[in-house]
Design a protein around this ligand. Sequence first.
Ligand code: PEP
Length: 248
Amino acid sequence: MPRQFFVGGNFKMNGVTDSIKSIVKNINEAKRDPTTEVVIAPPTIYLALTRELADPSIAVSAQNVYDKPNGAFTGELSVEQLNDTKIAWTLVGHSERRVLLREDDDFVARKTKAAIDGGLSVILCIGESLEEREANKTIDVVTKQLTAVAERLSKEEWAKVVIAYEPIWAIGTGKVATTAQAQEVHAAIRKWLATISPEVAENTRIIYGGSVSDKNCRELAKENDVDGFLVGGASLKPAFVDIINSRL
Ligand code: PEP
């Protein structure tokens, strides 16, 4: 079975009630490719509102989750709380959290495992810095990030994971990876996934993130191993729908 095209929208720390309502209304009312799976990730405080307003065909994701079930963890969000509010997905390991909040590979792996144990699906973000790319370390960096997760997941649990390859130098910079650069890393990730099992390699969606827009999405979407996108800035704009429809 072909992998279902997947487009995620990461609103980051943007939006207030009125703008979130209008973004969701625009996505709800647009003509969307029914074969694309759409998941939107608003700021935590608007998760319940977004779930209430979004069409049932659109899934809602947290931008982060904690690895402990409950307790004295001020400011954190639990898997149980996400389930309780009908939020089926979470992002894990976004580079803004890895870099600004110093989340390391093991912490990201523990959160991935906790989310999956609690029944959530996970958009697992990985990617290299510009310095690492220039030192030819891209594949080493992403496989190290993935290995930390693989040490905690069974091969069946990979069915709950979408991998978002997001080169840090391309996030929010307007500097998108070329189709060849994206395809090269996605193919290497798929080859690495084959070390878990051929099924995991064949079935796991690998999406690209980093300055995706309505202008560049169609070319990227043609690549064999690009199974969709994680979109930041452009997910706040009407053009997000063109990205959802990039395979039409
Ligand atoms: C992101 O935040 O995951 C992202 C890819 O951002 P942008 O599309 O703005 O580069």
